[in-house]
Design a binder for this molecule. Structure first.
Ligand SMILES: [Ca+2]
Length: 402
């Protein structure tokens, strides 16, 4: 495969650049394209009166207000009532002047938003963003003032050096244990040139887990006692799992607490992982279920395979979503919603936690082939999906077909 194409087709959000390049290339050779059954579920546009720039994170505050929060990649958080007809959004926080975002290198920006589980009481929320100057990401705590986010309240928890502009990850989510999980990328470029995926001495290529309710050892956070590498010499104690290339979205199943991750592949395979404490998910020794490189392989290392993969002849950049636990669409309950940004396809995957086996991988058809950048959950438990057309996001809800 053409090397330039390999670099281009790996990123969650570079497709605007990648599509013209790919149009001139041969189709990727690979296994037969699966004939996925179609689920009678229809994504329907919602919040159509709003003009939201690139909403790459959608969530709620868990405070009983049932508001929906859209984090625009440029650095603005909008808040609206959970009403599809709403016409105006409130600016909840604006830190655009502090955020590095370049539409031509569009993996940077405000990439993650999570509200503290006790937000209603303490007014704390957390952001992941790339900093205006230099190649650095921050995970920061903010507080509210008069009901809105207060930019002056920022307290930086983590400063993450990023060797390249791409593969910043950027998911932040509170787990059922109350700790903050942070999904990172391998630092970027292509093929993980520095071997960050297999290196426990760097945060890159890992999922981190921190305790935001403690301050220890001169840091603005604590390390959970059962983080897996707290006693490993040379390892970063924040690391919870590693061997990941570019986590493009990490979520928790509200019913089982399982941590689901989509890991964007290099040149051939996109994968879905269920993350366990201390797990090594293989990159860059493995890509999906396949060997990739021996360069940074360590003797005796054990790699956890993804629960599911798809070839680049199906799609080229996974956007992982949620195990649906809403009420509106019974056909979706218990299935894992995800999409491919490049192919504009949406699926719902069956998975059995007991046998640890996937079942059917259902297509959810949407004729516009939406370039899906994220999924979000509302406070009432429904799932929203966002695709970006041009400079603006289109928000979808899921409905049962007539
Ligand atoms: Ca992997």
């Amino acid at each position: 495969m053409n090397r330039l194409l390999r670099l281009f087709c790996v990123l969650p959000m570079i497709v605007l650049l990648a599509v013209p390049a790919m149009a001139q290339k041969k189709e990727v050779e690979g296994p037969p394209i699966p004939n996925d059954p179609v689920l009678p579920v229809v994504p329907k546009k919602t919040f159509t009166n709003l003009r939201i720039r690139r909403p790459v994170s959608i969530t709620h505050a868990g405070d009983g207000t049932n508001r929906v929060f859209f984090a625009e990649q440029q650095g603005v958080i909008l808040a609206v009532p959970n009403d599809p007809q709403v016409e105006e959004a409130e600016v909840f926080l604006d830190i655009e002047d502090s955020v590095r975002f370049n539409p031509k290198q569009n993996e940077e920006g405000l990439l993650g938003l999570a509200f503290h589980p006790n937000f209603k009481e303490n007014g704390e929320f957390f952001l992941y963003y790339t900093v205006k100057k230099g190649l650095v990401s921050h995970v920061s705590r903010f507080k509210t003032k008069d009901g809105k986010g207060d930019p002056a309240s920022e307290e930086v928890l983590l400063t993450i050096e990023q060797p390249f502009w791409n593969h910043n990850g950027g998911s932040i989510e509170f787990g059922p244990d109350g700790y903050l999980y942070i999904g990172l990328g391998d630092g970027g470029s292509g093929n993980d040139p520095n071997g960050n995926g297999q290196n426990l001495g760097t945060w890159l290529g890992s999922i981190l887990r921190i305790d935001v309710d403690k301050k220890e050892n001169g840091k603005n956070y604590g390390i959970p006692a059962d983080n897996p590498f707290v006693s490993t010499k040379g390892a970063k104690p924040e690391i919870y799992a590693y061997g990941l290339r570019n986590v493009w979205r990490l979520t928790f199943d509200r019913e089982t607490g399982a941590c689901w991750v989509g890991d964007v592949g290099q040149g051939l395979w996109e994968e879905i992982d269920i993350i366990t404490n201390g797990g090594n998910y293989g990159w860059n020794v493995r890509e999906g279920l396949h060997p990739f490189s021996d360069e940074f392989a360590k003797p005796g290392a054990k790699y956890i395979d993804p629960i599911f993969e798809y070839h680049h002849n199906v799609g080229k950049s996974i956007t992982s979503g949620f195990v649906y636990r809403g009420k509106k669409v019974p056909q979706l309950v218990g299935k894992f919603l995800y999409a491919d940004y490049v192919a504009g396809k949406v699926w719902a995957l069956e998975y059995d936690y007991e046998t640890k086996k996937v079942g059917k991988n259902y297509r959810i058809e949407e004729p516009s082939n939406p370039p899906v950048v994220c999924f979000g959950e509302t406070e009432d438990g429904e799932v929203l999906m966002c695709a970006i057309f041009g400079d603006y996001g289109s928000i979808y809800e899921f409905t049962a077909a007539e």
